[in-house]
Design a protein around this ligand. Structure first.
Ligand code: KMH
Ligand code: ZN
Length: 273
């Protein structure tokens, strides 16, 4: 089976130090968490950034500072900024990090409820606009889908030229408003993407480990980290993102999957040189 790409989503936009004191806010904390995750086996860092007080931001200069700090510690890691940002941000706000010409960035392919009154808005026209802007900069989108209909949207926009083939999907399972994190649903998602596509699975909260275990067995790739889950096991907070990556590596090794280096991940995903 293909080597396993592990993405570490080290920070997110919603999780706070109240959830887990190790959630990084400052540039130094973000770089430290990225470095630990990389050393443990992550080849991609899915990056959100915060101001020092924890407020999520898509500010270009903050992203630039975090890119530089991460690159200083792990020069070869793939940095994948979020263009999702946080609920309620404008399109222009969200798109700022693509100005840094990263190798990858997320492309969220549908609107969904995000708990309570929150709605994470991604209209068709927004997806087209974000997709075109990524193509213009030769950025490979990680097509983030929270439900099956979002895969269908990505397929339609791929046919119209807004997303290039082969597509790389991230199935985010278990969001309060998206598809549930069950074996049946992951099988459904993985069976719904075009041949030649690659995929990663992320499970929110308690479904993180079951989903990545299935993903490893099914030949997909996996994402772990504080953005999705702050617990190492039931009731035990993870001390770092690295601990979650280490757990994914242990499971992968038990199941016979070798871990991809960043350059091997580039090869698998067809990233620009
Ligand atoms: N924070 C969520 C509203 C992404 O990174 O592209 C959106 C999100 C998706 O995390
Ligand atoms: Zn994210």
């Amino acid at each position: 089976m293909e080597k396993l790409i592990i993405t570490a989503c080290i920070c997110g936009a919603e999780v706070t130090k109240e959830h887990n004191p190790a959630v990084p806010y400052t540039v130094e904390e973000i770089a430290e968490q990225a470095y630990g995750a990389y050393r443990a086996g992550a080849s991609i860092i899915h990056l959100h950034v915060r101001y020092d007080d924890g407020t999520p931001t898509q500010d270009l200069e903050r992203f630039r500072a975090c890119f530089e700090a991460i690159r200083a510690k792990c020069p070869d890691v793939i940095i994948q900024p979020s263009t999702g940002g946080a609920v309620g941000m404008t399109n222009d706000e969200r798109l700022q990090p693509i100005q840094l010409n990263p190798e990858m960035a997320t492309l969220d392919c549908g609107t969904c409820n995000f708990g309570g009154d929150d709605i994470f808005v991604n209209t068709e026209n927004m997806i087209k606009d974000f997709g075109e802007k990524m193509i213009a900069r030769n950025i490979k989108p990680e097509v983030e889908v929270f439900d099956k209909g979002m895969i269908d949207m990505a397929i339609r926009l791929n046919k119209k030229g807004y997303i290039k083939s082969p597509m790389h999907f991230d199935f985010v399972m278990g969001v309060n408003g998206g598809i549930s994190g069950t074996a049946r649903d992951l099988t459904f998602m993985a069976g719904s993407i075009p041949e030649g596509s690659t995929w990663t699975v992320a499970g929110v909260g308690r479904c993180e480990i079951p989903m990545i275990t299935m993903g490893i067995l099914m030949g997909g790739h996996v994402r772990v980290g504080f953005e999705d889950n702050v617990y190492l096991s039931k009731g035990v907070l993870a001390k770092s993102n690295a601990e979650l990556v280490e757990k994914a590596v242990r499971i992968a090794k038990e199941l016979g999957r070798e871990i991809a280096t960043p350059d091997e991940a580039r090869e698998i995903l067809g990233l620009k040189k």
